[in-house]
Design a protein around this ligand. Structure first.
Ligand code: MGD
Ligand code: MGD
Ligand code: SF4
Ligand code: MO
Length: 876
């Protein structure tokens, strides 16, 4: 999600980075008014009764919630006799949204349940070692001492380095501690593991992430930019606001995040016509929208084609705009456009040094709409054609098209639409409809990317230095296909699995000649910190169990997985060594963030001692550094608290409006500031960051890749035609999408929306949360009736990859033919028996969608198409 700063959307993290850059360059904030977080209402809150008695506490300290929901909420922690007895929230300031107003940074309900996370029977108490001779996933462990654990890790590291070099080490994607600074778990390259590994020669890096795997690379094929859109608060000027698969009521829940801001927009701009296009009637649609347009998953590009067909044939599009700013739309200029769109360096995908790759037929969007040229025989892409694919009536498609022409119309996509097997085209198509209808650069309009959310950042570092320039490994894998480097690293190059070159600054580039960028070693060692990816958030848990249990041989099989986590998660249970980590309430750190016209920085103070034998990650990695002879370089003589002071000093140097001494900073804890900036409007640039500098409806980059890359060659991905690289952002029958013939046997499209009671799998072990909204499969009344399923019946959902059990939520909020299992529930197999481990027949009783999803990487981005699944449903 967000190669960068805040746990807020990837978007806001990015804009935060950009802003910090500006401030570093000396552009001062105006009307910056720091306020100390006085505990005025805090005292009052503290007087509230607990069990009939006034709350009697020893200390109130600031801490925060570090998980990856898109916010990072400061939390007040009340402790008595070394025990946390209450978690409360920021309730300071005026709490108004607007220039020079400071918002409260109220946490969501999850944040308030942290006592059940700190004192949870899944807490890991001591270092654990997998019992020799057992398989990864059987869950059999013995307690060992810290000394033994650290020794074993360091010894294995040295062996692996000697045999394979640094290329064999991988830091797994993990966002459980994204909000921390010293304790940060994401981005992997900003963690203390990265710092250690770089001092020791480096490790294999990853590009992109589970959040934005496809939008990152596919939307830029159209417009060179996956991230910019108008600030939410600019939508007070919109006539229409169209949300494609964007559900901030679930995904941006804190009291200062997108859902709160768009609710303010609704109040300030009651005339705005807010439309949600989504397979499920989301809480966002219920809360703020005028209208829900249900759409079949993975078909937005057909909706867009139907709309453009209608607007084009009715002469409603601005032809001059298209001729000036777009390439690949019109038939009559197609061949000239193709030349303009030729990628000329390895900064772009699909460099064609031979200069021979040229389309031999008209592949323009006009030809596609008319069913001519290369698209001969495919028919006209009328609204009626689109209706049959999307499930949206043709008249509604025409009506929606007219709404786009009724300026200004804001278009925002969440990241659900791109998490499909054909999600790359989905994301490009949504960008296309925003741009081609002339809404980019307008106040109240927008680009079709995810929203920007503003904020007034403090220029305080959000990570400690990690020395990427010392990393000697110059290739990287996609965040999603790292597992292939355990199975068969030799099959991996740029043209098969999307391997890329990466330089000392972490900048990636593509191959000069297809097939020349290769991995040099298998992954033998995995650092797994703040991550439940491998047995939860990745995909196809059964296959993953098989991969993790491949024998440790010369060219395949992982040798050591080390997990650091406070809780015994499903992923911890495939590790060789499990180390008990601390929660944010047990260590000192810094968090920062903000939205609208508010920014904050909060220095956290441990409220209690580390539980059991838990240690902060900085201490753990220091112990390992010591064994590798790197302690002094690793620590630079600094404790964790010294690093926080370093962050403060850096912030002061960059002009942060903070108190004169670190001690004062620390004793106050939370600082907020505001300014009076205008909410940003993403411009229509003169020159876009595409090869032609224009919107590339036809992407020559994609065309070249379609000739150069081998999507099926090594046999892992079958040659079934369900993966395609298409130069235009068009609909095709993709893997486990609506048009996959497998739908005969697996009749339902299964998606997995992000859920309110968890952040991914985090908070999945909090009983209070699962009581609020239990893990259920959402199914339409019509489909349930056909299957004889009633409300709360236990059902088993299966795909070709596995089976999972949960109760049914029978609702008219789901489009018939589509079901959704909220993602992130903990995998809980009926049996962990070695004999059946990894077999698709093993029933998961946790309602974990990742037993059902596929690892098949998407064609261009090599990302996670995990919202594309075909399933069947039966009563248990
Ligand atoms: N099917 C499906 N899969 C998906 C998605 C989807 O939509 N559908 N979404 C994807 C997305 S967008 C993402 S970002 C990934 C997220 O995947 P992950 O990054 O794995 O996120 P979590 O499941 O929250 O797991 C976080 C881990 O951090 C640990 N943790 C939490 N708090 C702390 C802490 O304070 N200290 C320490 N040491 N550990 C902590 C938790 O116990 C857990 O093990 O999932 C992806 N997976
Ligand atoms: N409470 C909570 N908040 C979170 C998270 C969490 O797990 N829990 N995770 C955080 C993270 S890391 C991320 S990346 C974001 C994720 O944010 P998103 O990726 O935007 O979230 P999703 O729920 O996957 O998808 C959003 C919507 O897209 C819809 N959708 C799915 N497929 C399609 C399609 O093909 N077309 C259209 N039009 N709509 C579609 C879904 O029904 C859903 O309502 O959320 C963040 N916030
Ligand atoms: S999960 Fe809730 S408390 Fe935690 S950062 Fe997100 S919104 Fe804030
Ligand atoms: Mo994410």
């Amino acid at each position: 999600m967000e190669k960068t700063a805040s746990a807020t959307a990837r978007i806001s993290r990015r804009s935060f980075m950009a802003l910090s850059g500006l401030m570093g360059a000396g552009l001062a904030l105006t009307a910056c008014s720091p306020t100390e977080a006085k505990d005025s209402q805090g005292d009052e809150a503290a007087k509230l009764e607990l069990g009939g008695e006034p709350l009697d506490y020893d200390t109130m300290t600031w801490s925060g919630c570090h998980v990856n929901c898109g916010s990072r909420c400061p939390l007040k922690v009340y402790a008595k006799d070394g025990t946390v007895i209450r978690i409360s929230v920021d309730n300071e300031g005026e709490d108004e949204v607007g220039p020079n107003k400071i918002q409260q940074l109220r946490s969501c309900v999850r944040g308030r349940t942290n006592r059940q996370r700190i004192y949870n029977d899944t807490r890991i108490q001591t270092p654990l070692k997998r019992v020799e001779g057992t398989k990864r996933g059987e869950g059999k462990y013995e307690e060992i001492s810290w000394d033994e654990a650290i020794d074993l890790i360091a010894t294995t590291m040295k062996q692996i380095k000697e045999e394979y070099g640094n290329d064999a080490f991988y830091i797994q994607y993990g966002t459980g501690v994204l909000g921390g600074t010293v304790s940060k778990s994401w981005h992997p390259d900003q963690t203390v593991f990265a710092r250690l590994m770089n001092l020791w020669g480096g490790y294999l890096r990853q590009y992109a992430d589970y959040s934005t795997g496809q939008i990152t690379w596919d939307l830029p094929l159209l417009n060179g930019d996956a991230w910019s859109n108008n600030d939410v608060m600019n939508l007070v000027n919109s006539k229409n606001i169209i949300l494609f698969g964007n559900n901030p009521a679930n995904t941006r829940m804190s009291g200062s995040a997108m859902q709160y801001l768009i609710t303010q927009v609704r109040l300030e701009n009651p005339e705005a016509n807010i439309i949600v296009v989504d397979p499920h009637l989301s809480d966002t649609a219920v809360g703020i929208a005028n209208r829900w347009i249900p759409i079949r998953p993975g078909t937005d590009m057909a909706l867009v084609a139907g709309m453009i067909h209608y607007l084009f044939t009715e002469n409603k599009l601005d032809e001059k705009l298209i001729r000036d700013k777009f390439v690949g739309f019109f038939s009559d200029t197609f061949m000239e456009d193709v030349k303009l769109a030729e990628p000329k360096s390895t900064a772009f995908m699909g460099l064609d040094k031979s200069g021979t790759l040229m389309p031999d037929k008209d592949m323009s969007y006009e030809a596609y709409l008319k069913g001519t040229g290369a698209y001969e025989g495919t028919g006209e892409k009328t609204p009626e054609w689109a209706a049959a694919i999307t499930g949206i009536p043709a008249d509604t498609i025409r009506e929606l098209a007219d709404i786009f022409m009724d300026h200004p119309t804001a278009t925002i996509q969440g990241w659900g639409p791109q998490r499909h097997s054909n999600g790359g085209n989905n994301t490009r198509a949504i960008g296309l409809i925003a741009a081609i209808t002339g809404n980019v650069g307008l106040s109240g309009g927008g680009t079709g990317a995810r929203e920007a959310v503003g904020g007034v950042p403090y220029p305080v570092p959000t990570a400690i230095p990690c020395f990427p320039e010392k990393n000697t490994v110059d290739v990287c894998v996609s965040f999603f296909d790292w597992y292939q480097a355990i199975v068969d690293y030799q099959s991996m190059n740029d043209a098969t699995w999307g391997i890329r070159h990466i330089d000392e600054n972490g900048v990636t580039s593509y191959a000069e000649e297809p097939g020349t960028i290769k991995l040099k070693a298998p992954i033998k060692f995995i650092w797994n910190y703040g991550s439940n990816v491998m047995m939860g958030q990745h995909a196809d848990i059964n296959e993953m169990l098989n991969i993790c249990n491949l024998p440790d041989e010369k060219d395949s099989g992982v040798r050591m997985i080390v997990t650091v986590d406070p809780w015994l998660t499903p992923t911890a249970m495939i590790s060789d060594i499990i180390l008990p980590g601390t929660t944010p309430f047990e260590e000192d750190d810094i968090i920062s963030g903000g939205t609208g016209w508010t920014g904050f920085v909060c220095i956290e103070t441990a409220a209690i001692e580390p539980m059991f034998e838990a240690k902060p990650i900085y201490e753990i990695v220091t112990l390992i550094a010591d064994k590798l002879g790197l302690k002094d370089e690793f620590t630079e003589g600094k404790t964790q608290l010294d690093w926080l002071e370093w962050c403060y000093d850096q912030g002061m140097e960059a002009g942060a409006a903070l108190p004169a001494t670190f001690e004062e900073f620390r004793s106050t804890g939370l600082f907020k500031q505001t300014d009076d900036h205008e909410p940003s409007i993403a411009p229509m640039p003169d020159e876009l960051a595409t090869p032609s500098g224009k919107y590339e409806v036809f992407s020559k980059q994609a065309f070249n890749l379609s000739k150069q890359w081998d999507l099926t060659g090594d046999g892992f991905v079958p040659d079934d035609g369900l993966d395609q690289i298409t130069p235009l952002p068009i609909y095709y029958d993709s893997f486990e999408g609506y048009g996959d013939p497998l739908r005969k046997d697996y009749p339902f499209q299964l998606i997995g929306h992000h859920y309110k009671t968890r952040t991914h799998s985090s908070y999945g072990n909090v009983a209070w949360m699962s009581e609020v909204a239990p893990q259920q499969c959402w199914i339409s009344e019509q489909d349930a009736a056909n299957l004889g399923i009633e409300q709360d019946d236990v059902v088993i959902v299966s795909t070709v990859r596995g089976r999972s059990q949960m109760t049914a939520k029978v609702t008219n909020r789901m489009m018939p033919g589509v079901v959704s299992i909220p993602q992130g529930a903990w995998y809980d197999p009926e049996s962990r028996d070695a004999a059946t481990l990894g077999d698709p027949s093993v029933l998961d009783k946790g309602g974990c969608i990742s037993v059902l999803t596929s690892m098949r990487p998407t064609p261009i981005a090599k990302g996670n198409g995990v919202h594309s699944n075909l399933c069947k449903i039966e009563k248990a």
